[in-house]
Design a protein around this ligand. Structure first.
Ligand code: RP5
Length: 175
């Protein structure tokens, strides 16, 4: 039984290249997530079993990524009182709009906190923020992460002012 604070579930291993971003940022924020491939359509029983066991073991947030008729996050939300973050996965046919609507359009009473199409990194950060609301050590990790982003943007701006936009773009190989 997993003792991870965050359970990341995806409908197929083809979602893993996107969903790895949630796992990576969680590790950066001091949380080692459980990462699973379980499908709402192909393995519905295993999804429910996983959610029930993870909840008993101490998981605090689920992150669910799926594409197409993306029911995974909604099904997980139907089986737990814990917060569920949904990641719509893009596909080649309709660019993930189907998964976005399937994930975000939940009925009143069963919310899924849906991030952008392919927004796995933000899903990881949001999960850490949810845990950080009652865990000061995790909250400190999130604060440090945001301070780092702040410093990076200011550093870029200072460089842009110093070099001018043409040289800046040249040096970045963008022209
Ligand atoms: C969904 O169908 C999965 O989440 C995946 O995004 C999509 C395609 O699945 P595979 O073709 O990789 O099995 O259930």
């Amino acid at each position: 039984m997993s003792k991870a604070l965050v359970g990341i579930i995806m409908g197929s291993d083809s979602d893993l290249p996107v969903m790895q971003e949630a796992a990576k940022v969680l590790e950066e924020l001091g949380i080692s997530p459980d990462v699973r491939v379980l499908s709402a359509h192909r393995t519905p029983g295993a999804v429910v079993e996983y959610v029930e066991n993870a909840e008993k073991a101490g998981t605090k947030v689920f992150i669910c990524g799926a594409g197409g008729a993306a029911h995974l996050a909604g099904v997980v939300a139907a089986h737990t009182a814990l917060p569920v973050v949904g990641v719509p996965i893009m596909n080649k046919t309709v660019a993930g709009i189907d998964a976005l609507f399937s994930t975000v359009q939940m009925p009143p009473g069963i919310p899924v906190a849906t991030v952008a199409i392919g927004g796995a990194k933000n899903a990881g950060i949001l999960a850490a923020q949810i845990i950080g609301a009652s865990d000061p050590a995790i909250r400190d990790h999130v604060s440090a992460y945001k301070k780092k982003l702040n410093a990076q943007v200011l550093e870029k701006d200072a460089k842009l002012q110093e070099k001018g936009f043409k040289k800046y773009l040249e040096e970045k190989g963008l022209v």
